[in-house]
Write a protein that binds this ligand. Sequence first.
Ligand SMILES: Nc1ncnc2c1ncn2[C@@H]1O[C@H](COP(=O)(O)OP(=O)(O)OP(=O)(O)O)[C@@H](O)[C@H]1O
Length: 270
Amino acid sequence: MLTIRDLRVRYGRSVAALHGIDLEVPDDGVVAVLGSNGAGKSTLLRAISGTLRMHRGTVSGGQIHYGDRRIDRLDPAAIVRLGVVGVPEGRQIFARMTVEENLRAGGIGASSATDRADARKRVLDLFPVLAERAKQRAGLLSGGEQQMLAIGRALMTGPSLLLLDEPSLGLAPKVVERIAETIREIHAQGTAVVLVEQNAVMALAVADSAVVLEVGKVALAGSAEELSASEDVQRLYLGGHAESQAEAEREAEQARAVRASRRGLSRWAG
Ligand SMILES: Nc1ncnc2c1ncn2[C@@H]1O[C@H](COP(=O)(O)OP(=O)(O)OP(=O)(O)O)[C@@H](O)[C@H]1O
């Protein structure tokens, strides 16, 4: 379980980005973090993964625990060793290296060659396209394939908690649905997920529970079903791109249908 209590983050002296966030991510959970630009979503992931310092940020108050370990003062490599691995926004794969080399780089932290081989097999089963493109330069993959590679590389360490920063960004709806299915499969295989998204329809379809951040605070929290039904969420995040209330309702209906199919999937997986 990841437990965040009263987390406060600053960038330099002048910018206070998070103002006391509370969040829990159960070991078998998928928690979505929603919110508009600048709400603090990426900052929250940076705080969990220990990468704030690379962005001149610091935890100025509160605590983050993973299990019984306090992690908000650990460096990123130590946090990865505890099983908490992030896929930052913008994918950041090694564009000039091949798909295979990218995956190998992800597995460097694995404890043994057997672990690496097992992880590689799991990743290629999850993303068969990466096996087909193994020798290709990563920079030549499509946007969706690059996102799959970024997730696959993170999975090479065998994480128990995966942090995803806007995996749907810039991808076509069909590819977004493929990424959503993959997140469900990763979860069904026993990895907890924190999913930061601006695509609330996708995130609420995949997650068990969600929080909405507004200017560095949790404005709303609840189960994915509660938030899908919330008028505020519908107006701000589900209806935001809809031309009419009817379309917003269709989107919410679509999210409910995908959730129902997910329940079917997890029953099947379990
Ligand atoms: N390196 C930085 N230095 C100074 N301020 C920053 C830095 N990174 C983020 N901020 C500020 O912190 C606040 C939260 O930003 P953050 O990137 O976490 O939001 P976000 O919800 O992830 O937004 P987006 O969806 O646009 O990525 C914003 O006011 C942003 O301008």
